[in-house]
Design a protein around this ligand. Structure first.
Ligand SMILES: *Cc1c(COP(=O)(O)O)cnc(C)c1O
Length: 407
């Protein structure tokens, strides 16, 4: 081991700085017994809707519930097919399955790691038929209706929403954004000639406030944003046992509310989110610079001109990823892999009949991606050390390979 530890993620510093304000939220909750619902929740919902540039925000208990409620409220039901990507956290497909539907994967763009609109169109136009009498897209092989798309704004960068929305509009597909990693990310819509915020484009969008996200609770929390009043009303009912008012259940729902304490803590942290995102963007620029100067064989993230990513993660590609990760760990540098196994190759989906090689872009990336330390208080000095160590480990491996070849 050498050098001071550089963690993959530092969640302690920001909470230390905000400790007085955060404990005040807890004290107020104790004094008023305002634990569920009420003004603290409503204030947060209002502020987060404003941050995302949407009319409504519905606080829920996790990002997974946010996705599930948005899909159900949008009309996704048992027997439907929902299009998404294989390189995401399993919550995306769990929510689809729990809404009664089945996920249909399409491959990703090799540069942005996000849903490739070309692959979506390919699936829709080559493997489905639009039944104009029913106004439904039908999967040719299974005869099942394809009703929604869930693009995931992975690593804090938005998917190419204009292109996806165009396919969706053409074939009457519901779009639910998985914005769980993209609080505050921006996308330049050529169609509308303006910058748009993550969570404001689809019919609804899911956010997670899991502690490690760009905006994290001190526990579990999530939210759904939408501009559709009906959707917002339905999602409020779904999170609270289908109640339209207390003990009047219009349908069965779930216990999926956002605690008032978490909402209060999130309100305190939301005020800093834009600054924190800017710090992350600054860190990303610094990493890009250092990596470019090192001229090594590290592939830095790609940010298209239409994107303003918020760098939930800073993900590079390297050869011999496992060895590189171990060498960095030896130097006390924390890294992670998001995600090592694409969903279609997970045990959970073994009975779905997927084969390795089906989504080659995603599978190739999964073997090479490495997430470097990234958080708002990451210092330039630490970033320099990370890149130095990274470049040195790659050189060491190259030397080893050369030696083996010449033996
Ligand atoms: C974190 C995350 C989720 C799930 O959020 P939870 O709050 O943990 O339920 C869903 N999708 C993506 C892409 C995520 O990163």
């Amino acid at each position: 081991m050498s050098g001071k530890a550089i963690p993959f993620l530092d969640l302690v510093t920001m909470h230390k700085e905000l400790e007085p304000e955060l404990t005040e939220v807890f004290k107020r909750a104790l004094n008023t017994a305002g634990f569920i619902g009420g003004p603290v929740l409503e204030q947060f919902e209002k502020a987060f809707a404003q941050f995302c540039d949407t009319k409504y925000c519905v606080g829920v208990s996790s990002g997974t519930d946010a996705l599930r409620f948005a899909l159900i409220a949008g009309g996704v039901k048992s027997g439907d097919v929902v299009i998404t990507v294989p390189n995401t956290f399993i919550a995306t497909t769990e929510a689809i399955s729990q809404a009664g539907a089945e996920p249909r994967f399409v491959d990703i763009d090799e540069y942005t790691y996000n849903m490739d609109p070309v692959r979506v169109r390919e699936y829709v136009e080559n493997s489905c038929t639009f039944d104009s009498r029913l106004d439904l897209l039908i999967d040719n092989k299974t005869g099942k209706p394809v009703t929604a798309i869930v693009p995931v704004h992975l690593y804090g960068q938005m998917a190419d929403m204009d292109a996806l929305q165009e396919v969706a509009d053409q074939y009457k597909l519901l779009v639910i954004e998985d914005a769980c990693q993209a609080h505050g990310a921006k996308y330049f819509s050529t169609k509308e000639n303006r910058w748009r915020t993550a969570g404001s484009i689809g019919k609804a969008a899911a956010f997670s406030f899991y502690p490690g996200k760009n905006l994290g609770a001190c526990g579990e929390a999530g939210a759904i944003t939408t501009n559709d009043e009906q959707m917002a009303r339905k999602m409020r009912m779904l999170r609270d046992h289908g109640q339209s008012k207390k003990y009047y259940h219009d349908m069965e729902g779930y216990n999926g509310r956002l605690d008032a304490i978490q909402a209060g803590l999130l309100s305190v942290k939301l005020k800093h989110l834009s600054d924190w995102n800017e710090s992350r963007q600054e860190c990303a620029r610094k990493y890009n610079e250092l990596l470019a100067a090192a001229k090594g064989s590290v592939l830095a993230p790609y940010e298209p001109a239409w994107s303003r990513a918020v760098y939930h993660l800073y993900v590079v590609q390297v050869e011999n990823r496992e060895v590189v990760q171990a060498l960095l760990a030896k130097e006390n540098i924390g890294t992670a892999i998001h995600y090592p196994i694409p969903l279609h190759l997970q045990k959970a989906y073994a009975n779905q009949g997927y084969r390795p090689g089906e989504f080659p872009v995603c599978e190739k990336a999964a073997e090479r991606i490495l997430s470097l330390p990234m958080f708002p208080s990451l210092s330039e000095a630490d970033q320099t050390r990370v890149v130095d160590a990274l470049v040195r480990s790659l050189q060491a491996m190259a030397a080893q390979t050369a030696a083996t070849v010449s033996e």
